[in-house]
Structure formats: C-alpha cells, structure tokens
Design a protein around this ligand. Structure first.
Ligand SMILES: Nc1ncnc2c1ncn2[C@@H]1O[C@H](COP(=O)(O)OP(=O)(O)OP(=O)(O)O)[C@@H](O)[C@H]1O
Ligand SMILES: [Mg+2]
Length: 281
C-alpha cells in the first residue's frame, strides 16, 4: 500500500467562525438622548476570534461596552470602525442566524409558554408542524414539558429564563448571544442553568458569546474568557480556559479552576498582580 503523502496528513488550522477585528464604537451626538451630550466612546479597538461551537465569555466592569459589542455582533447597531465577520459574512445588517437571550426573560404574558417559544418562527413565517415539534423538544430538554400550556406568570424566574432560552434556540441558530442571562437568578438556579447551557451547546453545536459579571460563571462555562477594561472597553486579556468538558460542579474546586479565577481577577484589576515569586507588585 502506498504511504500517504505527507501533505495529506497535514491538519488545516481551524478557521475562526467569528472574528471581531479592531472594533470601535463611539455613540455620536445623533445617537444620544441629549444632543448636547458629549460623544461616548463605548469600545476601543476590540479584537478577538472564536471558533465554531466555542463558548466565549465577555467579562468586564459595568458600563464598559459588553452589551454594545453583542449588539454590534448581531448587526443591531453600526460600529464606528473595524470589522465583524460571522461565518462567511461581514456583519453589516441584522444577522439572520442568531438567538439573543437578555437579562430578563421578556416573555409575552398573554401567550402560553409554547407560543412564546414559537414567536420567532411566526416572524420568520415558519410556524409549522415541525416548528411546534421542535418547540416541544426544546421545552422537554430544559425540563418544562409539563408547562407547555402555562402562562409566564405561573413560572418561576428560572423557568421563565429557560423559556427564553428555548425561544432563542427555536430556529436552530449557529450563534447564541447571551447578555447576563442568569444574573437575576439565585445561586443554585444559576448553577443549574450553567449546566443546562453546556448541555445545549453540546447538543446543538452552537457558538455562544456570553456576557457575565461573574468570574466563576465565566470560567465554569467557557473555552475562553475575554476580559475587558473599563470604558472605553479594550481587550485587557484573553484567557484560554484549559479545563476539560464535560464540566461538573466539582470542576469549581480544582486547582486549575482557582488558577483561572486568579488570572481573571488580576486582569479585571480586583487582585493586584503578583511577580513570579508570588509577591504582590
Ligand atoms: N444607545 C446608546 N446611546 C448612547 N450611549 C450608549 C448607548 N448604549 C450604550 N451607551 C453607552 O455606552 C457605554 C457602554 O454601555 P453598555 O451597555 O455596552 O455597557 P455594559 O458593559 O453592557 O454594562 P453593564 O455591565 O452595566 O450591562 C455606556 O457608557 C453607555 O452609557
Ligand atoms: Mg450590559
């Protein structure tokens, strides 16, 4: 048998699925509520990449520009300069293939759970039998199959956020944008939602950009954590999280987890950096 040429054994470097390059955003007078207000520099030359199926957390102080960046990636607001490429396309208008989960579930109170989940399919004019079946499957995946016909007020906050997650996933997007989705939940529910998100990511293969204020949540979930500086947000540090998946709550008590927490805390400026001898500088 012929030996394969060496070239055939070369593994192509994986192309980035998402590429944020030198993105800056200045909210100009025209975009501000008060015309007399000074322009606001929300993002300053932010760059990072992510691969298909990766979960990347964006961590940074309040008001630094994380939501602004998610909205730019979704194509909901224009950037001032730089480029955003998702898949094969430069983002210049609202993306068709993404799901967005906000901090509050923002469900429609008059609709049942399943009709809330199906809402994007109505907009896309794809609200057919297959969509209803997928909605049922998603609700089962998040443990809400018994609440298909319930109204949002009959659900707890965590349950409502699970409905919002199903709504974001109903059209099987390749990219999930999540803006502090679990920030309002109690600690225990938040941990359950973290595990649920990791399971959904594994089962759907979607890439996820996840904004959070919680260092431990960012590390627990992510392949990579991007730490932003104070406004205007610059990428202060990109931290690869070298913890194997699947992760479990025990992962939080490993030395590698604590080490990642220390690095992220230093990058955020909540811990003074130390030199190689461990002495604070
Ligand atoms: N539409 C807008 N018009 C003017 N300024 C804006 C607009 N949206 C955001 N900003 C400003 O841009 C800056 C970044 O806001 P952004 O909401 O992106 O921060 P954030 O990092 O998401 O904060 P938080 O963690 O508190 O949610 C803030 O100073 C904010 O006031
Ligand atoms: Mg925000």
């Amino acid at each position: 048998m012929d030996r394969p040429h060496l070239e055939t054994l070369t593994i192509e470097p994986q192309m980035a699925f998402g590429s944020i390059k030198n993105v800056s955003k200045i909210f100009s007078a025209g975009e501000l509520l008060s015309r007399s207000a000074e322009p606001v520099v929300a993002l300053d030359d932010a760059s990072f990449d992510f691969e298909q199926g990766q979960l990347v957390s964006l961590l940074g102080p309040s008001g630094c520009g994380k939501t602004t960046l998610l909205r730019i990636v979704a194509g909901l607001i224009p950037k001032t300069s730089g480029s955003v490429v998702i898949g094969d396309h430069e983002v210049v208008e609202p993306l068709g293939d993404y799901g967005f989960v906000f901090q509050s579930p923002s469900l429609m109170p008059w609709r049942t759970v399943i009709d809330n989940v199906l809402f994007p399919m109505e907009i896309l004019k794809r609200n057919n039998k297959a969509a209803r079946q997928r909605a049922g499957e998603l609700l089962e995946l998040v443990g809400l199959s018994g609440f298909v016909g319930a109204r949002p007020h009959q659900l707890s906050g965590g349950m409502q956020q699970r409905v919002a997650l199903c709504r974001a996933l109903i059209h099987a997007p390749q990219l999930l944008l999540m803006d502090e989705p679990f920030g309002a939940l109690d600690e225990l529910t938040r941990m359950e939602m973290n595990d649920l998100l990791l399971r959904i990511r594994r089962e759907t293969g979607a890439s996820v950009l996840f904004v959070t204020h919680s260092i431990s949540e960012a590390i627990y979930l992510s392949d990579k954590v991007i730490v932003f500086s104070r406004r205007p947000a610059r990428v202060a540090q990109e931290i690869p999280i070298d913890l194997p998946y699947p992760r479990s709550q025990r992962t939080r008590f490993t030395p590698a987890f604590t080490q990642a927490e220390r690095i992220a805390s230093e990058a955020l400026g909540v811990l003074p950096p130390v030199d190689e001898k461990g002495t604070p500088s």
